[in-house]
Design a protein around this ligand. Sequence first.
Ligand code: ROI
Length: 150
Amino acid sequence: MLAYVGIGANLGDAQAALAGAFEALAALPASRLVRRSSIYRSAPVGTDGPDYFNAVAAIETRLAPLELLAHLQAIENAAGRTRPWRWAPRTLDLDLLRHGDATIDSPTLTVPHPRMHERAFVLRPLAEIAPALVTETALAAVAQQSIERL
Ligand code: ROI
């Protein structure tokens, strides 16, 4: 399956965290990192705090959605992620955006990611590596959000 993972960080050396995340994704079992977007700097959405660095990765994987999710959480934890409150700043956040054409709505995982269409920091890098998945209308709807491709 071709899965898409959103990557974000806004604490510590966030750019190094993104580079480390790409390396960790490339090392996932039964998987191959097939595409990585540019890195974007974006104002925090839904909260305040430092700017985020964001990117999206495409992974060809034989891991099932919940298996992949568990690996993503292990990578976050290894990067020193803590969860003091819901929208706290984070050293590394990995969101499973899509997993093939699966639609899943379970207590631990919803794919496609339910809020990706509200977020320029997801849609812009996703459009860069998977233009067929992001319409011009969707991009126009988030055009007022502050984001810059580095
Ligand atoms: N805002 C931006 N710009 N980038 C993120 O990765 C990000 N992640 C989040 C919330 C708090 C919703 N805001 C974000 O989880």
